[in-house]
Structures are given as structure tokens and as C-alpha cells.
Design a protein around this ligand. Structure first.
Ligand code: G
Ligand code: G
Ligand code: MN
Ligand code: NA
Length: 252
């Protein structure tokens, strides 16, 4: 509860920071990046989003955090483009944030205010979003895709997975959850699941990002099976956006 109060101040006191974790293609070239929030608390130190996001969802603070992340996402699109780094930017959108009556308006305003190219912005949503009001969810997603924004299903396969939504939603991408990725190539069942997701995605015309790629063997397996891009400690840990920009501009 003390943490809940602290979270309220975190935005104003600039304790929140955006990290980016690159996603690379099969040649190792960065093609996108996921923004991940970090909270540097003056006393508690670095607080994991795995702790404060659920708290923010319960308390409703996720709306303010989400507004901030949306803006940061647009600003990251602009910063990368200005630095000549051709990458898409993925942000995590929680169900509560997505379901706000004025969410589409907020996205439009953020795009206009920042001048960000919507074609470079990807919204990661979870299967939890699809449990109720699928009809409204689809309508809202269509409004956003009409702006040029793309959608990705995060943690694919771990939530309420239903094949029917895959054909009804305007999706661009699936992110295979790291729990499946980390079963490859040694565990027969996990490996079969990953192969099936990749094959299904290919037939549906969806791109696939594998998350939590930690070993060379996993990467080789994923590439052999047609995975488009990979994200994980093998390639890079999440790092402050500015550090990534500096590193990329120095490299070229
Ligand atoms: O980065 P890890 O970095 O530890 O993130 C832990 C969890 O927090 C993940 O499930 C991730 O999706 C979530 N998360 C990280 N950043 C954000 C954010 O900006 N918004 C939302 N809604 N979730 C986030
Ligand atoms: O948004 P999502 O739930 O997918 O959050 C991604 C989470 O995965 C973050 O907590 C991020 O720090 C974490 N992560 C990223 N790469 C790796 C990895 O290679 N291994 C593991 N174990 N976690 C990772
Ligand atoms: Mn994510
Ligand atoms: Na995920």
C-alpha cells in the first residue's frame, strides 16, 4: 500500500524509465524493440514491473502509467527515426488501458503531439483482453489499425487461447511465450508446440517473435523453423533507450 502511494509520485518525480530490448532477425539485425518500464525507487531500488504492474492494475494507476508509456512509445519511434535506426517500437498495453472509453483518442493525440509514424508502433496485448467483449475489442482494434498501428499478441499460448479469435482479429504478429521457447530444442512437447505455432502463423500470414531466447541452440531451432524475429538475453538484455541509440549510432 505504501508502494501504491509511491507509484503515484513515480511519474512526476521521474523515477520511471523506459528500457528497450531489441528484436533481431535471423541474421542478427535489429528490426524492432520492445519498451519495458523500469521503476528506480529512491529507497526500494529497482522495482520490477512484474511487481508494480499488477499493483497498478488493481489500483487503477495503470491508466496514468499507460498514458505515460504510450507517449514514451511515440517519442521512442521519433528518437530512433531521427537517429536513422530503422526499428519498430512495441509497447505493452494492459487490458484496462485498452478498454478505456477514450483510448483511441489518446493514441491519436499522442501520435499528433509527437509526430510519430504509426506504422512503426506495435501494441502488445495479451489474450486476457479477448475474454469478454470480443466484438468491442475487434471494433477498437480496427479503428487503431486504420491509423496504421499494428497489433501483437504477447505471451501467446499461455492465456485464454482460442483459435477463433486468430481469424477474427486484425493481428500482425504473435509473440511465443518464453516458457515454450525455453523448452526448445530439448523437450519434445515444447518443441512440438513451438513448431505448430510457427506453422500456424505462417498459414495465417502472421509474423512471429520468439521471446526469452537465451541459447544458440534455441535460436538455430527457431530460424530453421521459420521464426521471423527473436528477443532475449542471447542477443541483448533490456537497456535504457538512450544507451541503445548511442550504441547503434556508434556502430554504424
Ligand atoms: O521486463 P520485465 O522486464 O521484467 O517485465 C515484466 C512484466 O512487466 C512483463 O509481463 C511485461 O509485459 C510487463 N511490463 C513491462 N513494461 C510494461 C509496460 O510499459 N506496460 C505494461 N502494461 N506492462 C509492462
Ligand atoms: O511483456 P512480456 O511479458 O513479454 O515481458 C518480457 C519479459 O521477459 C521481461 O520481463 C523481460 O525482462 C524478460 N526477458 C527478456 N528476455 C529474456 C530472456 O532471454 N530470458 C528470460 N528469462 N527473460 C527474458
Ligand atoms: Mn511484452
Ligand atoms: Na511476453
Amino acid at each position: 500500500l505504501a508502494m501504491e502511494r509511491d507509484l503515484r509520485d513515480a511519474i512526476e518525480q521521474e523515477q520511471l524509465q523506459m528500457y528497450i530490448q531489441p528484436q533481431v532477425d535471423r541474421f542478427g539485425k535489429p528490426v524492432g524493440g520492445e519498451l519495458l518500464m523500469r521503476w528506480q525507487h529512491p529507497q526500494r531500488g529497482m522495482v520490477s514491473p512484474a511487481i508494480f504492474i499488477p499493483l497498478a492494475e488493481e489500483s487503477g494507476m495503470i491508466i496514468r502509467l499507460g498514458d505515460w508509456v504510450l507517449r514514451q512509445g511515440c517519442m521512442a519511434v521519433c528518437a530512433l527515426q531521427a537517429a536513422g535506426i530503422p526499428m519498430s517500437v512495441s509497447i505493452n498495453v494492459s487490458p484496462k488501458q485498452f478498454r478505456q472509453a477514450d483510448f483511441v483518442d489518446k493514441v491519436k493525440i499522442a501520435l499528433v503531439d509527437t509526430g510519430a509514424d504509426p506504422a512503426l508502433l506495435i501494441l502488445e496485448v495479451t489474450e486476457g483482453l479477448l475474454i469478454d467483449n470480443l466484438h468491442d475489442t475487434i471494433a477498437r482494434m480496427l479503428e487503431l489499425t486504420a491509423l496504421g498501428i499494428r497489433f501483437s499478441i504477447d505471451d501467446f499460448g499461455t492465456g485464454y487461447s482460442s483459435f477463433s479469435y486468430l481469424k477474427r482479429l486484425p493481428l500482425y504478429e504473435l509473440k511465443i511465450d518464453k516458457s515454450f521457447v525455453q523448452d526448445t530444442p530439448q523437450d519434445a512437447n515444447g518443441t512440438a508446440i513451438v513448431q505448430s505455432i510457427l506453422s500456424m502463423a505462417q498459414h495465417l500470414g502472421l509474423r512471429v517473435v520468439a521471446e526469452g531466447v537465451e541459447t544458440r541452440a534455441q535460436a538455430e531451432f527457431l530460424i530453421e523453423n521459420g521464426c521471423h524475429s527473436m528477443q532475449g538475453f542471447l542477443f541483448a538484455r533490456p537497456l535504457p533507450l538512450q544507451d541503445w541509440v548511442t550504441q547503434q549510432t556508434a556502430a554504424t
